[in-house]
Design a protein around this ligand. Structure first.
Ligand SMILES: [Zn+2]
Length: 420
């Protein structure tokens, strides 16, 4: 697969992930390096304490910008979680001949790396779909090497479980574990400098708490962690993605509590719908009245509220959709063939999908489009119609994950391939 997906959203096009690299001194001897994913360097008398290391493909650039401000060796590194854009870029920050740094992480990170190694081929495909629509695209592979599903070159050397207080030189750092986007998240507070590093518990868009293709996320624990952070009254907040908030405790509190409220609202409303007779999961999602925040940093740019509700349902409600036929379903191709026969043929189904799209019934249209392609994947008229339905769906999508998965569906339909 190598065509360009017309309506895919390039990752750098959304505010959450900056394309540029910028290093700013946000507190005394404390440097925030903003790029695709951020990292923070605290200079101490013993050397640098680095929080995260950015995306490996950009870390050479980020490290060289940081080195314009400080030539201290790296003493200690904290990985806020085990994602590719946080735990894989350390090498470029190390000085020639320096002693190996201590690398600290939450103990659940080891299982994460093992899990990636066990599901490497799966992750390569789903990441490709999510981040660039086309798992075969050169732009995708330039940014995300296959190494991101192996243990990092510089793995953690020190593991902790709940909390850890660390002193480097005369500077103290308080590390706290939380479950949020991941189960291995660490947030860190440096009281001496009144700086809070949130990792991806804070980003520049709606929290990535519902990602449809990834493992369980924990929006309720996430909200708790945000409230714990807010209770510190910190002046400076350095998020995992997006711009820092420096020396503005009111803005920091607003950001943390606003995001906690957003998550709690979705969790509460989803559980209420789940408890109302245990309806099929997909019906619950449509019943939840999702919050529509105005703050730019809570917009469904990357993930979205509907997916967060799904995350809650998955955790509390298991894998079954709740629809009786889907407990032990037929093969989709057989079902699609029956539906196509009832309609007349697959082309009729595909045309109806296009008509529904024109009527603004985009969700309904895509169901019929799937059946049409599954019933007749070799039929060129069906391929074209299905591709056009998903092309429009991708163009209309608000969040990047939806846009790129729908854009991926265009590529698959054009090749007469199902999502497999
Ligand atoms: Zn990240």
């Amino acid at each position: 697969m190598s065509q360009k997906a017309a309506n895919a959203v390039p990752i750098f096009d959304i505010d959450n992930f900056g394309a540029g690299v910028e290093v700013t001194e946000v507190a005394e001897d404390t440097y925030q390096c903003t790029s695709f994913a951020n990292c923070t360097a605290f200079e101490t008398v013993e050397g640098l304490v680095l929080v995260d290391t950015g995306l490996a493909a950009l870390s050479e650039h980020v490290a060289s910008e940081l080195r314009a401000h400080t030539d201290a060796p790296v003493h200690t590194v904290v990985y806020t979680h085990g994602h590719a854009d946080h735990a894989y870029g350390l090498d470029e920050f190390l000085l020639d001949g320096q002693a190996p740094p201590t690398v600290i992480a939450h103990e659940a990170m080891a299982d994460r790396f093992d899990r990636y190694a066990r599901t490497k081929e799966y992750n390569q495909v789903i990441n490709g779909r999510q981040l660039s629509a086309d798992p075969g695209a050169a732009e995708y592979h330039d940014l995300w090497s296959d190494d991101i599903f192996d243990w990092p070159e510089h793995p953690p050397t020190t593991w902790y479980s709940d909390d850890l207080t660390l002193t480097v030189g005369d500077t103290t750092f308080e590390l706290h574990h939380a479950r949020g986007e991941t189960d291995d998240a660490t947030w860190l507070y440096c009281p001496d400098r009144d700086v809070l590093c949130s990792g991806d518990l804070v980003t520049a868009s709606a929290p990535n708490a519902g990602n449809p293709q990834k493992v369980q996320r924990y929006p309720w624990d996430w909200a708790d962690a945000l409230r714990e952070m807010a209770a510190l009254g910190a002046g400076t907040l350095l998020p995992g993605h997006g711009q820092p908030i420096a020396d503005d405790p009111e803005a920091v509190e607003r950001r943390l509590l606003g995001c906690a409220d957003y998550l709690d609202t979705i969790v509460d409303r989803t559980l209420e719908a789940l408890n109302d007779g245990a309806p099929p999961h997909v019906d619950i999602v449509r019943e939840v009245d999702l919050p529509e925040p105005e703050e730019p940093w809570l917009q469904s740019e990357y993930d979205c509220g509907e997916f967060i509700a799904r995350s809650v349902i998955r955790y509390y409600g298991g894998w079954w959709t709740g629809r009786p036929s889907e407990l032990k379903p037929a093969r989709r191709a057989a079902l699609a063939a029956e539906v196509a026969d009832l309609a007349g043929d697959a082309e009729t189904l595909a045309s109806r999908a296009e008509a529904l799209m024109d009527e603004g019934e985009e969700r309904l249209a895509c169901h019929l489009a799937d059946y049409a392609l599954e019933a007749a994947p070799e039929d060129e008229a069906v391929q074209t119609a299905v591709a056009s339905v998903y092309d429009e769906r991708a163009e209309a999508a608000e969040d990047m994950m939806s846009a790129n998965i729908f854009a991926s569906a265009v590529l698959y339909a054009n090749e007469g391939r199902l999502f497999r």
